[in-house]
Design a protein around this ligand. Structure first.
Ligand SMILES: [Zn+2]
Length: 233
């Protein structure tokens, strides 16, 4: 893992303000509470796509809650509020290199395409520093599930059958549908990478696109807090 670990204003949380530095020099930050060693952590990721502010807001509101409630008894967790900080700054899906990070993961189905559209997978798998950071983090921390926050049509999608229980747990409080796939192929996505390469289930939360940002936390707080409090057995 890169970057210095600093103290946070909650004593159980560690922060890495410069976990990854992007191609433009902007910092991606990471927060974690790995106090308990008996179970594998949850990994939460916001802002994979820079034009989906609902996902970043969900991660930030979750972090605010954790700041005041996180304890030594939490199910261990790692949270990246915004992976694609450059895209987020410009309200664009891709990163500063025009790459869709959710097509850049080194899964066995990664496919090259030189079409520079919104799904451009990059010149090669894991070409981007944001992707490399997450790939290294997954090998080091071995999360039991990866949950990333997006916006589109409201639903919760899981990759890998063991993701179903997490996906259904996260629909309490919003009654969104959960599905085993999004309905079209996503080679090189985080979901394909986690499940095909590591057998780690990956859950993709899709909030309603253009949902007022202040509503987002209320749709997922029950599920996310429940996970941290170990309510999903
Ligand atoms: Zn997205």
């Amino acid at each position: 893992m890169q970057g210095k670990i600093l103290k946070y204003d909650n004593p159980w949380i560690e922060q890495m303000p410069q976990w990854v530095k992007t191609a433009t020099g902007r910092s991606v930050s990471l927060f974690q509470n790995l106090h308990r060693k008996d179970v594998k952590p949850y990994l939460f990721v916001g802002g994979v796509h820079g034009d989906e502010p609902e996902g970043v807001r969900l991660a930030e509101d979750f972090l605010l809650w954790l700041k005041t409630h996180s304890t030594e008894n939490d199910h261990p967790w790692i949270l990246i509020p915004c992976l694609n900080v450059d895209g987020f700054q410009k309200n664009q899906r891709t990163n500063s290199q025009g790459v869709d990070l959710n097509r850049n993961f080194p899964s066995s189905d990664w496919t090259f395409s030189d079409e520079k559209n919104r799904y451009y997978p990059g010149p090669q798998a894991a070409s981007e520093v944001e992707t490399q950071g997450l790939v290294n983090l997954i090998s080091q921390s071995k999360p039991c599930v990866i949950i990333h926050f997006h916006s589109w049509k409201p639903c919760v999608v899981y990759t890998g059958e063991t993701g179903q229980a997490y996906a259904e747990f996260l629909t309490q409080g919003n009654h969104y549908d959960s599905h085993p796939d999004i309905g079209y192929p996503t080679p090189g996505s985080l979901g394909q990478y986690g499940w095909l390469e590591h057998k780690i289930p990956v859950v993709c939360i899709e909030e309603q696109e253009a949902e007022p940002l202040e509503n987002v936390w209320s749709h997922f707080n029950e599920g996310l807090i429940g996970l941290i409090q170990g309510k999903l057995k």
